[in-house]
Design a protein around this ligand. Structure first.
Ligand code: NOJ
Length: 508
């Protein structure tokens, strides 16, 4: 073989050699996409649904931070069939969604709404019939307003009884088909946002708020375990996670990074693993931190079957001992740290930097601290503006790079079981309304049909899920459709695409 032919063959094969493929993952590794009830369903006042605290918050103006509400949103309540078909066409293994408590049990307790029951049965059945697993969250922050009005919701221990009754209905009615349950989405952000900083409902600003998040499940296990035994389901908890890395390698910054992780994640994961809050929380928060009784500690310890993590950004951490001198302290001050986002060259302020080593670092650290519990990456994705281009290269790059980092994480022995993109559609964003979007599919809100329009990221994800080798394929497809497309930053940041580009240029 002449040298020229050999070089040509290498050039043709090279781009595919290190490209990402589904075969890089174990066969049972799940790929899915996520959404939550309030953010996609719409039909807010239909068929007996009553308001949740999010309806109230949105109709009161979203704390003046953005406009809009999710009365209609993506109208998944009426379009669920179409959406599930789209999921199936894309090749999703699983759909992570939440149940609207106030659609199923409109007053939060008492009678079940038959139409609500029917809707979730239809959605779950449709998913199952298309071979898609249902991963269900019970509370994606949207507590029934009736319970907030009656006893201040999660502030009262009366919530325990009503939450158990609600969970009981869900397990009983859907547990034959749903095997993965998450009790609370982003429990940490819900507590900080709702009860410390007050930027999400129920908008309380009490430093004592963490009490409301300890649910005494004394009746809970006896209610759920019989179903678990019969149904072989798994119950987990979800946290918004960040990777925390010391800004410098001084011992002060190293322990500050550990402290930040203990506050953000250990706050929940220490009780779940060891039955106690982290020592540093006990020390810095002092008597303001409620302690677990022996029986509460036993109930909480080992009570999750898996951890769901939402992962978007990471921080460098600098020690800030001065903050502990402040007299009136809240959660953020109690940490005694300064956080600086981990950036990547060329990151714009409204998009998340794409730094897969931080996900790897976080997962290694969770494994080293809490053992090798099963982890589902429940959310990951990229933020763009709602009406920005369908050619969402930054999202493609985000998915490619984070998904591409997982095989190595698995080889390192971390027990990651699945990956879900946030979000399947452009949804009503809880912190930004319709101003920002994370979706694989765009919806033009002025189009009365609310047609789902696949973005490039949807095409990319679908190609990947269907076993196509990724980067070169997507490049060629896009170029075929639109020869003038500028592959700009994605190409310049991506060695595989650079090779393809080089090859294309050379061949002209
Ligand atoms: C966090 C929440 O779970 C979800 O509701 C939100 O829309 C996304 N992540 C994006 O911020």
């Amino acid at each position: 073989m002449s040298l020229k032919v050999f070089v040509l063959i290498v050039l043709v094969l090279l781009p595919f050699g290190d490209a990402l493929s589904r075969d890089d993952f174990p066969p049972h590794f799940l790929f899915g996409a996520s959404a939550s009830a309030y953010q996609v369903e719409g039909a807010a006042k239909e068929d007996g649904r009553k308001p949740s605290i999010w309806d109230t918050f949105a109709h009161a103006g979203n704390a003046n931070r953005y406009t809009g509400n999710a009365d209609i949103a993506c109208d998944q309540y009426h379009k669920y069939k179409e959406d599930v078909q789209l999921m199936a066409k894309m090749g999703l293994d699983a759909y992570r969604f939440s149940i609207s408590w106030s659609r199923l049990i409109p007053d939060g307790k008492g009678s079940i709404n038959p139409k609500g029951l029917q809707y979730y049965n239809k959605l779950i059945n449709e998913l199952i019939s298309q071979g898609i697993q249902a991963h269900v969250t019970l509370v994606h922050w949207d507590l029934p307003q009736a319970l907030e009005d009656e006893y201040e919701g999660w502030m009262s221990r009366r919530i325990v009884k009503d939450f158990i009754a609600y969970a009981d209905v869900c397990f009983r009615e859907f547990g034959d088909r749903v095997k993965y349950w998450t009790t609370v989405n982003e429990g940490n952000v819900f507590a900080i946002g709702g009860y410390d900083a007050g930027f999400v409902p129920p908008q309380r600003c009490s430093p004592f708020s963490t009490q409301s998040l300890i649910y005494n499940c004394s009746g809970g296990n006896s209610s759920t375990e019989p179903y678990l035994d019969r149904q072989h389901g798994f119950i987990g908890f979800n946290l918004l996670t960040y990777g925390f890395f010391p800004l410098t390698n001084t011992s002060e910054d190293i322990s500050a990074a550990k402290r930040a992780q203990d506050f953000y994640l250990g706050w929940f994961l220490n009780p779940f693993t060891f039955g106690e809050y982290p020592d540093i929380m006990k020390k810095n928060v002092g008597s303001r931190l409620p302690l677990f009784s022996k029986s509460e500690s036993n109930l909480v310890k080992d009570s999750i079957d898996f951890l769901g993590i939402n992962y978007y950004v990471s921080f460098y951490v600098k020690d800030n001992p001065g903050s502990l001198q402040i007299k009136d302290r809240d959660y953020m001050v109690d940490m005694g740290v300064e956080l600086q986002p981990v950036f990547e060259n060329g990151t714009t302020t409204d998009q998340f930097p794409i730094v897969p080593w931080t996900l790897h670092g976080l997962l290694d650290s969770l494994r080293n601290t809490y053992g090798n519990m099963p982890i589902y990456i429940h959310e990951n994705g990229q933020q763009t503006h709602w009406n920005s281009s369908l050619e969402d290269w930054s999202r493609v790059k985000c998915l490619h790079d984070y998904i591409g980092s997982i095989p190595n994480i698995l080889r390192n022995g971390v027990n990651v079981r699945g990956y879900f993109v946030w979000s399947f559609l452009d949804v009503f964003e809880l912190l930004a309304g319709y101003e920002s979007s994370f979706g694989l599919h765009y919806i033009d809100l002025n189009d009365p049909t609310l047609r789902r329009q696949p973005k490039l990221s949807a095409v990319w994800y679908s190609n990947f899920l269907n076993g196509r080798i990724m980067d070169p394929m997507i490049t060629m497809e896009v170029q075929k459709k639109n020869p003038s497309v500028v592959l700009s930053t994605f190409v310049s940041n991506n060695p595989i695409l650079q090779k393809v580009q080089l090859k294309a240029n050379n061949s002209c």
